[in-house]
Design a binder for this molecule. Structure first.
Ligand SMILES: [Zn+2]
Length: 388
């Protein structure tokens, strides 16, 4: 199947009381292993890469691998940017074709986090791609990034954050951390239940590696809909390669130890999928899509192979000026409301003048980069604007 967005699969997970696994991939073998395990278990799945991984190989490379590997499977799979740290990294992933995005502004104070996340949501809305935000820091170490101490999400702040940004999912701080746990984490499990009741969006648990199975099961039962696993997968892959090389020090074909690493990752992902309860959950959606696909084929529209939920519009360029056809959603909203309140002699007259009024109003209210202003970029504007 083509790659899908993460929106539907996480909404279904929230409604069904299970969680979807989001697994970090570092190379082609890991992408293949994740998809093979999910396909075997008939489970929806998310493959994700951090900005650190995308420094190793560009997003287009990972996307191409995932797209081709997913095409041979019959499960919904999304390609997700994990811990996007700026609008530039979001833009790179979107332009490559990622179908799910995370923007992590949790290091900022609440206002700054809302500003950055809102800008990313507006940005991704142009392509119909859902966005995950983070509030209440998940500490520890992810790749080279030191995320400091873990914090806990305040439910009241979370309500403000979700309403103010329009995020599709929220990563919450409940005491977990990235990397390897050096001491027993102090999890606030009742907080998950509170957040689940007070927030309308699926909740995401980061730092799933190293948590006891019972703890993860309890987190899912209380309302977590997506669990991230990175460190354990890296350790499984490297451990298998190391073992292979120890047993056969003369091996020189990367395919030989790559297969060993791939098998280890696949076994681990299968285990995690069973733990999260998403086994067999792809069937319903898979069948529905298969049916829609066959219907398309019967109608002779065989060229319409594109995933219907993702609007394949080209995302806007960040560098330089904002192109004429794209403006952040809130600019349009303001322009529309301004048009509605402006006095006009008749409805027809208002309709006739609405286009020009919207253009003029958007130009007035949009604090976007102006042509010729030196050093202006969407990111500097978006993070500094106090409009929200
Ligand atoms: Zn994380």
């Amino acid at each position: 199947m083509p790659l899908t967005t993460s929106l539907e699969m996480l909404r279904e997970a929230r409604a069904g009381g299970y969680a979807v696994g989001a697994f970090n991939a570092e190379n082609m073998e890991m992408v293949q292993a994740i998809l093979a395990a999910a396909d075997e278990a008939s489970s929806p799945v998310m493959i994700q890469t951090t900005p650190g991984t995308l420094g190793y190989a560009p997003p287009a490379v990972f996307l191409a691998i995932a797209r081709e590997a997913a095409a041979a499977r019959r499960i919904p799979a999304a390609m997700h940017l994990d811990h996007g740290d700026s609008l530039e990294s979001v833009s790179r992933a979107l332009r490559a074709g990622y179908t799910s995005i995370m923007i992590d502004g949790s290091r900022e104070p609440l206002d700054g986090n809302i500003g950055l996340t809102r800008a990313a949501v507006d940005f991704c809305a142009a392509c119909g791609v859902p966005v995950e935000g983070e509030l209440g820091r998940v500490g520890g170490k992810e790749d080279d990034a030191d995320m400091g101490e873990s914090g806990y999400t305040d439910p009241r702040e979370a309500e403000i954050f979700v309403a103010g940004t329009g995020v599709s999912f929220l990563a919450v701080g409940v005491g977990t951390a990235h990397g390897v746990y050096v001491k027993e984490p102090r999890l606030d499990l009742p907080l998950i239940k509170t957040l689940r009741e007070r927030l309308p969006v699926p909740l995401v648990l980061h730092g799933g590696s190293g948590l006891a199975d019972d703890v993860i099961r309890e987190c899912v039962r209380l309302g977590i809909s997506k669990v991230n696993f990175a460190t354990e997968l890296r350790m499984a892959y490297t451990g298998a390669v190391r073992k292979f090389m120890a047993e056969d020090p003369g091996a020189f074909d990367p395919k030989s130890f790559g297969k060993a690493g791939r098998a280890a990752v696949k076994a681990l992902v299968s285990e995690k999928i069973r733990l999260l309860g998403s086994e067999g959950k792809a069937r319903r959606e898979g069948a529905r899509k298969e049916w829609a696909w066959r219907k398309e084929m019967r109608r002779g529209r065989w060229k319409a192979r594109r995933e219907p939920r993702i609007r394949r519009r080209k995302p806007p360029r960040l560098e330089g000026r904002v192109s004429r056809w794209w403006r952040p959603a809130y600019c349009t909203a303001r322009a529309t409301s301004a048009t509605r309140t402006s006095p006009s002699p008749s409805r027809a007259g208002a309709r006739r003048s609405s286009a020009s009024a919207r253009r003029a109003s958007a130009a007035r209210t949009c604090p976007g980069p102006t042509r010729g202003r030196p050093g202006s970029s969407l990111s500097s504007w978006a993070t500094s604007s106090p409009a929200w």
